[in-house]
Design a binder for this molecule. Sequence first.
Ligand code: DGJ
Length: 530
Amino acid sequence: MSIPHFERINGKKVLFVHDRPMILSAGEIHNSSSSSPERMEMLWDRAEALGMNALLIPVTWQMIEPEEGSFDFTLTDALIDQARRRGGHLGILWFGSWKNGECMYAPEWVKRDMDRFPRAEVVKGKNRTKIDLFGGISYSTLSYLGEETMKADSRAFSALMRHLREKDGEENTVVYVQVENESGVMGAAREHSDRADEAFAGPVPAPLAEYLRANTGEMDEDFKRSVEGGMAAGTWSEVFGESAEEVFSAYHVASYINAVAAAGKAEYRLPTVVNCWLKQGPAGSYPTGGPIHQMMEVWECAAPEIEAFCPDIYVQDFLGVCDSFVKRGNPLFIPETANNGHVGSRLVYAVGHYHAACFAPFAYEEIGDVKPNPFAEMFGGDSTDPLLKQQQDIAEYRMYSSTILSMTPMLAAAYGTGRLQAAIAERGESAAMEFTDIGFTAQFPERFFPKKDGVCLILEESPECFYILANRVLPRFYSVNPDKPDAEILSLEEGYFENGEWKRTLLRNGDELNLMAFEPVFYRLRIFVY
Ligand code: DGJ
């Protein structure tokens, strides 16, 4: 049996575990919870209540290598054993050199030795600075130019991966690893040590300049302008103009993380991904150099070991962020998103529309009881988001998630094709989805659905048979076959999948033949055109 890996289905990257497709309907835990298997018991209970199949949990450098060269995997093993007992999977988040553009998870022996493991001088000559934007918080992180740091992080990560192979190479409870967390530097667009200044005044590596000039097709407009307006070779400023400082950071952070990922994958080739704190202002106001979609081409070039670039979405324009991350064959892989009142419909839409590999609300255990957090800005969140005042119903989320997971093989087979489509109220008042012979308009009239989180996922099994997962929506059908302009329902069943087999719970007819979803429904619809 192969180890977990990504495969492309109709061009979409899909995770395979034990040679079968797996969609991750997961939850990311709070940062400190995985230091306590006792606390994790409650988190597994919540994951079960929400119908999730995986948890995304930090394993930290501090935790596994408290003294240089001496590794302790007791806690890691306890977490894996627990996941197995609970019948779930894990994505491991490697908190090594970076966590939200800081280095708080590096072990003590790294933190104390600033000669061997230099800090990023975002202000020249300073190892620590204050970030005005966040009320003057004190800030420091490791330098992305620290070769010894990169080697030490790589050694630790490869020890972790070796251990995972030994412990989990057969069972594959752990299905992927995220290398670092929200990497980059805050407070400036790049480092300003003498070494960094010298490198910045030096030539751009030719392969990078060539790669970027050859790959402007889906590039962010501002970045494209810089690349096309710059020289083909020269210093960073000559080649990349206004984008130079950020590209410099992205190139060095990506190269560093690529080295860490490569060292780990030499031991155990699990899929590796990276996540980012989104750009929400000028460079320096978010971890700059991180894998934001605007820098995806730089990351692709400098970090070929990384298989997905992932957004952490805590902003209001959820759909806009998703749209911008599915370029260049990148799968939609959301390791973190706000657990607000729309999180359920966003899960369904991520799978139905973007054919997502992973969807994971952060702090999922608070779903149904989200309290606005005025400090959210300090972690990249928008605390003014009105959806944070709405709650997601837990039973509804469970229904969405478990239905999706019960039909994973069918969904995955339709990934990358028009046989799987979805509409969401967040996108507008109504939306059309057209299949071989039948079209559907998903209507979300405010009169019936004041809560604007309606959603409708439709999978065409054959031109006459559809599976529909829907809530707070009126799906209306019509023929799209010009030779047979009328359409009529043959049967409408409610039910569920058990071991891949459809089980009918209700045959709808009469008053209930109309397609409508005033609560979460899962239909099997047979329909013909004439
Ligand atoms: C993004 C980070 O990646 C998470 O670890 C966490 O800090 C969340 N922000 C919000 O708290």
